[in-house]
Design a protein around this ligand. Structure first.
Ligand code: UGA
Length: 435
């Protein structure tokens, strides 16, 4: 199959590299000439484990190319995937569809022969209808079907998720498009990934419903964690105790500083807006959004409490800036609210992150960046673990404590436990655990 992918961001690049690896002939298109130049020189603009090697080998085999020219890529393609961004629109929280509709217009002008146009970006219900309308208006002769094929990969595990998905969801109405989509995903039959073929609107909503459910699960366990702290229970054990019930499941029950990233915050908000618009509000998700926002801010107060009620004039060491490990993504990262909250309360912040410092710099003012976890802890009155990078899982706590002005640890990911930390003389505050 010949595939064109419009947008070489996270989803576009990973999908492109994986489709090429399946044996398809893939052209990734992006309007940003610097990005395309970098990719053509073998530089990957994002940090994702394994992606550089996957891109390099598929480029070498001639199955993966990068270009700013949409025309030839679309003309030759059997399927064109739209994988551009759908950020939150400033002011109202709706998904901003400017890039998706722009891509649809660019595609329409260049279609030749039967082509399946696939929205892979996370898009509100009804977007497929609008994409189809735009294409048919711009090019009434076009022989085209518009399909929804949401992507469920996670950052940091993107290639594995793409190649071994729990399921593939395809929303379409036409048997010809069905045959093309099945051919594209045929290599995954070997991995026995179930393919769910649904109506287009159903596929679009499935993506939002999935992310909203996961965000709800996290928010639920976070509130249970707060309760655990008040009543002297341990949230890790509660999570295990409920998670072993197959109806609940063990995943996504790690209490922490609140969910962040490029997907959950914007997708939950977009679902809330879509539902309000449709006159069928999703009140549970509205609450999840509000509770999660408050939680990120509350985490700074937790640090202040651990420091005896004030951080004024104190140095706080923050370990981990990205919204989760194995990414350099800082979008809606809890570290942003936590650090700003600590600075507002008069603290000086030193931070370290294995991959996120360059992305963090423009987002945070007056932060000192350290070269590693120990340099970060030097002279600090407390160390706060915000992201559970592997590099923070086996710290030499004796060495770290000796460098600090006071041995206080706020462990927002429960990497350590009260026993271990107190053994090294730390005052320890985790999430949802007995003090
Ligand atoms: C999420 C979904 O997991 C993917 O299935 C989906 O494709 C993607 O959004 C998307 O819509 O593009 P991602 O944002 O990469 O993926 O990251 P997750 O691993 O889901 O983590 C999201 C946030 O939840 C992080 O801040 C993480 O720390 C937090 N989290 C996750 C918890 O606090 N506790 C958990 O138990 C799990």
């Amino acid at each position: 199959m010949k595939i064109a992918i419009i947008g070489s961001g996270y989803v576009g690049l990973v999908s492109g590299a994986c489709f090429a690896d399946f044996g398809h002939d893939v052209t990734c298109v992006d309007k940003d000439p610097r990005k395309i130049a970098a990719l053509n020189e073998g530089r990957i603009p994002i940090y994702e484990p394994g992606l550089d090697a996957l891109v390099a080998s598929n480029v070498r085999w001639g199955r993966l190319t990068f270009t700013t020219e949409i025309g030839p890529a679309v003309r030759e393609a059997d399927a064109v995937f739209i994988a551009v961004g759908t950020p939150s629109r400033r002011g109202d929280g709706f998904a901003d569809m400017t890039y998706v509709f722009g891509a649809a217009r660019d595609i329409a002008r260049n279609l030749a022969g039967y082509t399946v146009v696939v929205t892979k970006s996370t898009v509100p219900v009804g977007t497929g209808d609008e994409v189809e309308r735009i294409i048919r208006e711009a090019n009434p002769e076009a022989e085209v079907d518009v399909v929804s094929n949401p992507e469920f990969l996670r950052e940091g595990a993107a290639i594995e998720d793409f190649k071994r998905p729990d399921r593939i969801v395809i929303g379409l109405d036409d048997p010809r498009a069905d045959a093309v989509m099945r051919e594209i995903y045929r290599p995954l039959y070997l991995n026995q990934a179930p393919i769910l073929v649904t109506g287009r609107r159903t596929a679009e909503l499935t993506k939002y419903a999935g992310n909203a459910f996961l965000a709800t699960k996290i928010t639920f366990i976070n509130e249970i964690a707060d309760l655990c702290e008040q009543v002297g229970a341990d949230v890790q054990e509660v999570a295990r105790g409920i998670g072993l019930d197959n109806r609940i499941g063990r995943k996504f029950l790690h209490a922490g500083p609140g969910y962040g990233g490029s997907c959950f915050p914007k997708d939950t908000l977009a679902l809330v807006k879509t539902a309000q618009d449709a006159g069928s509000p999703v009140r549970l998700v509205e609450t999840v959004v509000a509770v999660n926002d408050q939680r990120k801010r509350a985490m700074a107060r937790k640090v202040i409490t651990a420091c005896g009620g004030s951080v004024r004039g104190k140095r706080i060491a923050v370990l981990g800036l990205t919204f989760k490990p194995n990414t350099d993504d800082m979008r809606d990262a809890p570290s942003l609210s936590i650090i700003t909250g600590l600075q507002d309360a008069g603290a000086t912040v030193t931070a370290y992150d294995p991959e996120g410092i360059e992305q963090a710099r423009p987002l945070l003012a007056d932060v000192d960046y350290a070269a590693d976890a120990y340099a970060c802890a030097e002279g600090a009155h407390a160390v706060v673990i915000v992201t559970e990078w592997n590099a923070f899982r086996a710290l030499d706590l004796e060495r770290m404590g000796a460098l600090m002005a006071a041995r206080v640890m706020v462990d927002l990911r429960n990497v350590y436990g009260p026993e271990e930390a107190t053994r090294y003389g730390f005052r320890y505050l985790g999430v949802g655990r007995r003090r």
